[in-house]
Each structure stands twice: as C-alpha cells, then as structure tokens.
Design a binder for this molecule. Structure first.
Ligand code: OGA
Ligand code: MN
Length: 218
C-alpha cells in the first residue's frame, strides 16, 4: 500500500528546473522574446479550436478595438480581428487545460525571476480572410501594467506559410532594425516584452485562430 508523505518532507526536495520555462526565461533576457513550438499538445489545441469556433458560431465575438476602455475606437484600417475575452472563472474543459499550463508558467516565472505577475487577461482572436493588425506595441499610454504578451496559435494542423497572417517582430539589433517573421503554426506560442517589441500581423489569406493575452503587474 502506498503511503503519502506528509507535506513537510517535500520542502527539502530541491526545486526541479523546467527546461521549457528555462528556455523562455533565457530567450526573453537575451532578446526580449521567445518562440516555443508544441507548448500546447495537439489534443489541447484541437479542444481550444473547437471552443473558439463554437463561441464564434454563437456570435459572441466582437470587432476588436484600439486602446483600452477609456479610448475605444474601432479602426478597421488598423486591425480587423474579432475577439472574445475569456473569463477564467467560467472556463470550459479546454480553457481549464489552457489556464493550467499558463498558471504553471506564471508560478515558475514568479518563483525563479521575481516577475511579480499578479494579473492576466486572455482573449480568443479570429482574423477573417484579408484582415491584419498593423504595426503596434501592446501597452497603453495610460496603463503600463502589461509586462509579457503571449500569443497561442490554434490553426489547423495543415496550416501553410501561404495562408499568410505571419507575426512580424521588429527587433533592434544595436540600432539596426531587423524583422523576425513567425508563422502561426498550431501549438506554437510566442512570448514577448509588451513594452518593448513592436509587431504586426500580416494580411491573412485563410481564417486565422489564436488566443492572445498579457501577464500583468499591479
Ligand atoms: C495582438 C497581436 C499577434 C498575433 O493581439 O495584440 O499583436 O500573432 N497579436 O496574433
Ligand atoms: Mn499586439
């Protein structure tokens, strides 16, 4: 018969490093962003994609706005995606899998890098054909609590570069601007410093699905 150890005994077991989270931390400290393929397993991506499509089908998405609630103007010439905010307290099975993984990452970041992440916000996003999101930065003039942006792609397994919708990060290499073009392959996540990295979503040829969110300090 298996006997469970009392909690005190666990406190002496050394903290186990998580190689994926360590890579994220290293990447961000070196270059302000990190790309991880297969951060979410394909079954989770499948469930999240179904969840997104069901909610979209039920007409629950809204045209995305620019700026926060103090400054809400829909400007189609800047961004054309439709979004739905996710309420973690009302999570369905797919969203529970999503938040389990994200919360685990947040705990790790707070424990190992004292990031002080106290809040988070995530929304589904759907880019219909021919939409885009022009070059921008993810922080607002009147609110700089967003520290890390996270984009999680939920596209079909056979997503091809020709489908468009590349995420372009504009990077500053010793005063010289370089671009990093990232394809929105399913299971992939991109994490970057919200206050530093300018970025853009190129025009989409085939409906593009994702969850985007921010880890915030108070
Ligand atoms: C955003 C954004 C990038 C992407 O929603 O602010 O920049 O790849 N998204 O979807
Ligand atoms: Mn953005």
């Amino acid at each position: 018969m298996i006997k469970l150890l009392p909690n005190e005994l666990f406190e002496n077991i050394p903290f186990l490093e998580n190689p994926v989270y360590e890579q994220i931390i290293n990447d961000i400290s070196l270059k302000n962003y990190s790309i991880i393929d297969d951060f979410f397993p394909s079954e989770t991506v499948f469930k999240l994609r179904q969840s997104l499509l069901e909610k979209h089908e039920a007409d629950r998405f809204k045209k995305a706005a620019i700026g926060n609630r103090l400054n809400e103007t829909i400007i189609k010439s800047i961004r054309g995606d439709q979004i739905l905010w996710i309420d973690e307290t009302l999570s369905n099975d797919a969203e529970l899998l999503f938040f389990d993984r994200i919360n685990d990452l947040v705990t790790y970041l707070n424990k190992t890098c004292f990031m002080g992440i106290l809040q988070k916000e995530f929304h589904y996003a759907l880019y219909p054909k021919d939409t885009f999101y022009k070059r921008h930065i993810d922080t607002f003039i009147n609110d700089d609590r967003r520290k890390l942006s996270i984009v999680c792609y939920l596209n079909e397994e056979d997503w091809k570069p020709e489908n468009g919708g590349e995420l372009v990060l504009y990077l500053n290499d010793n005063g010289i601007e370089t671009e990093n073009v990232i394809y929105p392959f399913p299971g992939r996540i991109v994490i970057f410093e919200s206050q530093i990295i300018e970025h853009e979503v190129k025009p989409v040829e085939t409906e593009r699905l994702s969850i985007t969110g921010w880890l915030k300090t108070r």
